[in-house]
Design a protein around this ligand. Structure first.
Ligand SMILES: Cc1cc2nc3c(=O)[nH]c(=O)nc-3n(C[C@H](O)[C@H](O)[C@H](O)COP(=O)(O)O)c2cc1C
Length: 123
C-alpha cells in the first residue's frame, strides 16, 4: 500500500501512473498495515501538516518514504521533507523526485515496492 499526500497534483499523478495499491491521506485515514509514504515538500523543506499528523497515527507501519519536491528551491531544502521523515522514523528514503519525475523514478519505486517492500513482513 502507498499512502500519499498531494496538494497540487504531482504526487497524485505519479501514484496514478504506478498502478499500485494506494490511499490518499486525509484527517480520518488510519492504516494498520505496512505502507510506503509518498509526500510532497512544503514550506522550506517542511513536512506537510497532514502528513505529520498521519505519521503520528500510523508511523509505526511505515516501511519507507518517497518524496517529491522542486529542485529550484535549492539543494538544502530540495525534498527535505523526505529526509526529515526517513530520519525521524528510521526508514529508507526510497526516492527523491523532482516534481513529477521521470520513468526511471517510477521504475525505482516499483522495484522497491515489488522486491524490497514486503507487506507480510510486519503485522
Ligand atoms: C508553498 C510551497 C512550498 C514548497 N516548498 C518546497 C521546499 O521547501 N522544497 C522542495 O523541494 N519543494 C517545495 N515545494 C514544491 C513541492 O513540494 C513540489 O512542487 C511537489 O511536487 C508538489 O507535490 P504535489 O503537486 O503532489 O502537491 C513547495 C511548493 C509550495 C507550493
Amino acid at each position: 500500500m502507498i499512502a500519499f499526500a498531494s496538494r497540487t497534483g504531482n504526487v497524485r499523478y505519479i501514484v496514478s501512473r504506478l498502478q499500485l495499491p494506494a490511499i490518499e491521506i486525509a484527517d480520518d485515514v488510519k492504516l494498520t498495515q505496512p505502507f510506503l509514504l509518498f509526500t510532497y515538500t512544503d514550506g522550506l523543506g517542511d513536512v506537510p501538516r497532514i502528513v505529520k499528523e498521519f505519521m503520528e497515527r500510523c508511523g509505526a507501519y511505515c516501511q519507507g518514504v518517497i518524496v517529491s519536491g522542486n529542485s529550484n528551491f535549492g539543494h538544502r531544502v530540495f525534498g527535505a521533507a523526505g529526509d526529515a521523515l526517513a530520519r525521524q522514523w528510521q526508514v529508507p528514503l526510497v526516492r527523491k523526485i523532482d516534481l513529477r519525475g521521470f520513468a526511471e523514478d517510477y521504475e525505482a519505486i516499483r522495484r522497491y515496492y515489488e522486491h524490497g517492500f514486503r507487506e507480510e513482513r510486519v503485522g
